[in-house]
Design a protein around this ligand. Structure first.
Ligand SMILES: [Zn+2]
Length: 327
């Protein structure tokens, strides 16, 4: 593959396994009986296509107004809303469930206890996805079942009502549900037709902002954020960004030109000769599989070498690990 490309060889269609139905002691605000949420694979959002020309496609389903109070915030909400965040798509490989993502999944489960959710997904899957940052949530609910669709509509309408007031409080970057897309960074566009291949009729996809993913928004803290976290910056064009460490509220500096080596970029979950080669250099023995423990080895080595700590066998890492491979 091309060095440094964010896309990596496609593996299984979907690894965002819904996790258990969660502790949902809170009473459901929407009482709808239904069977298990649909656990079929998702092959999810890939890069959303918010730039539709459909204009305002209206709300999803009905009941757009008045659906306040589906869930209760854990703190007293301030009168002010959080700042409207911009779009910050996945650029790192950090598939660990972030605290705000877990809290959001639990929130949806409190609304609809039969729902299950999944968060992180392997970086080896094709395409850009905030699941690979641990900040996208798939909430399994079936739009083809009238009762479940009513719940799904109620949830997304609650989140997006009033120009996305609750979305700002929760740090929702965008939603995909039942063939439609809503972007929190362009709420004036309303719901527009979703252009991706998966129509999202078996789950609600939510990508969170970094503030939402790190549970820093007013829904959780009671304090409205005045600035938004733009997430990690790539150091060099085409490389992965470092693993998230702290908020960044200023724009990224211009990326450097990427180094080039004869090695292919490899990520957590990859396997094969490149991984074997690196393991022999870094740990002295090789399994050929980029496991979580090897992920730690790569990150530690990058930190020691003052490289961007991407956790990826990227071109900058290869250039230092195997200088003869430089082009
Ligand atoms: Zn998803």
């Amino acid at each position: 593959m091309l060095p440094g490309a964010i896309t990596t060889p496609a593996h299984s269609a979907d690894a965002a396994r819904p996790v258990g139905a969660g502790a949902s002691a809170t009473a459901p605000a929407v009482a709808v009986r239904s069977g298990d949420a649909n656990r079929r694979s998702l092959a999810d959002s890939r890069r959303p296509r918010p730039a539709g020309n459909a204009g305002n496609a209206g709300t999803v389903g009905n009941g757009g107004g008045g659906l306040v109070g589906l869930a209760r915030p854990p703190v007293k909400l301030p009168a002010q809303l959080d700042v409207q965040a911009g779009y910050a798509g996945q650029n790192s490989c950090d598939p660990t469930d972030k605290p705000g993502s877990v809290a959001y999944g639990q929130l949806l489960t409190s609304i609809y206890p039969a729902g299950v959710y999944g968060i992180s997904r392997s970086c080896t899957e094709y395409g850009t996805s905030e699941h690979k940052d641990g900040r996208a949530i798939d909430f399994m609910i079936n739009a083809k079942d009238p009762a479940q669709r009513k719940v799904g509509d109620a949830i997304v309408n609650w989140v997006t009502a009033d120009n996305g007031a609750i979305a700002r409080r929760l740090g929702v970057m965008y939603l995909i549900w039942n063939g439609k897309f809503w972007g929190g960074y362009a709420p004036e566009d309303g719901w527009i037709p979703y252009q991706g291949s998966n129509p999202h009729t078996d789950h609600i996809h939510t990508s969170l902002t970094w503030d939402g993913a790190m549970k820093r928004t007013s829904w959780w803290t009671g304090v409205a954020l005045p600035v938004w976290d733009r997430g990690p910056c790539v150091a060099a064009t085409g490389e992965y960004a470092p693993i998230y460490l702290a908020a960044r509220t200023s724009p990224c500096p211009s990326p450097l030109a990427a180094l080039r080596t004869s090695h292919a970029t490899a990520v957590l979950g990859s396997s094969g000769a490149e991984v074997t080669f690196a393991q022999k250099l870094l740990v002295g023995s090789a399994t050929g599989t980029f496991t979580s423990s090897f992920w730690r080895v790569v990150r530690d080595w990058q930190a020691r070498k003052h490289l961007p700590v991407t956790g990826v066998l990227d071109q900058a890492t290869w250039a230092l690990l195997d200088p003869a491979s430089r082009r």
